[in-house]
Design a protein. Structure first.
Length: 256
């Protein structure tokens, strides 16, 4: 059996049983345990599973934080369109918060075309994208550098809480639940940063591509009642639109 066939078989077993053991896979596939460990390592680098002691479990995208590079490749066209729409709300002399999501990174590419805007962010990628643009003032909040290329931790949180205020905040998240109207995250540190930005901003713009609707994160970021604008390529139900109206939230639906 070729390596690709063997790894596909491993994923098939994992999908059916919910977990796998190195010892059992070694016996069932008639290869050494070291070979199985290499297979699992390879599959983990492809984010097809998560290795555990002695085996592996599935990647549950509802709770597992995808790597930066994979998120950058996910739904790119929609994120670019949403970013272009969101930037229309940015006006000269605005001070804005941008979180470290991939969507706000695409926003930064559009913000480069604007004038007299101040951007406060924890995203290293946004900082790099906007560096050297004479009409854009960029403030990085500092703190501990995460694998997401963002500043997180207590220093970053306190810097936002005690130092900065913005008239507009633009952010995305892991997902949103239509039933209970919570915006959800899967990374506690990123969530804490976004919550401080929400608290210290006048208007909050939630940018939500349709893949996020119904996706569960294990951290509650904010109820939708705290946002002012919902920018999406998803078509909400009439019931949900009514709820947005009741909360005074402006909904902007775009099509690619």
């Amino acid at each position: 059996m070729l390596a690709l066939e063997r790894r596909k078989r491993i994923l098939d077993i994992l999908g059916k049983e919910g977990s796998v053991l190195v010892s059992r896979l070694s016996e069932e596939l008639s290869v050494t345990e070291e070979t199985i460990r290499r297979d699992l390592e390879k599959l983990e680098t492809q984010e097809a599973l998560i290795r555990t002691h002695g085996g592996a479990i599935p990647v549950d995208e509802n709770v597992y934080e995808l790597s930066l590079e994979k998120r950058k490749r996910t739904n790119i066209s929609a994120k670019e369109c949403l970013a272009q729409e969101a930037v229309k709300f940015v006006k000269p002399w605005d001070t804005i918060f941008l979180d470290a999501s991939t969507t706000t990174f695409y926003m930064a590419k559009e913000i480069k075309k604007l004038h007299n805007v101040t951007v406060i962010t924890n995203s290293v990628r946004v900082i790099n994208e906007l560096s050297g643009i004479s009409d854009i003032k960029v403030i990085g909040i500092g703190g501990m550098l995460s694998q997401n290329q963002s500043f997180v931790g207590s220093h970053a949180e306190d810097t936002i809480k005690n130092t900065y205020f913005a008239n507009k905040m633009f952010f995305s998240s892991k997902g949103i639940m239509e039933e209970d109207s919570w915006i959800l995250e899967s990374n506690e540190q990123e969530c804490a940063i976004k919550q401080k930005m929400i608290d210290n901003s006048m208007e909050r713009y939630y940018i939500c591509d349709k893949t996020k609707v119904g996706r569960v994160g294990f951290v509650k970021l904010t109820p939708i009642s705290k946002i002012n604008y919902f920018i999406t390529d998803y078509s909400p139900s009439e019931k949900w639109l009514e709820k947005f109206k009741d909360e005074g939230i402006e909904v902007k639906i775009i099509t690619e």
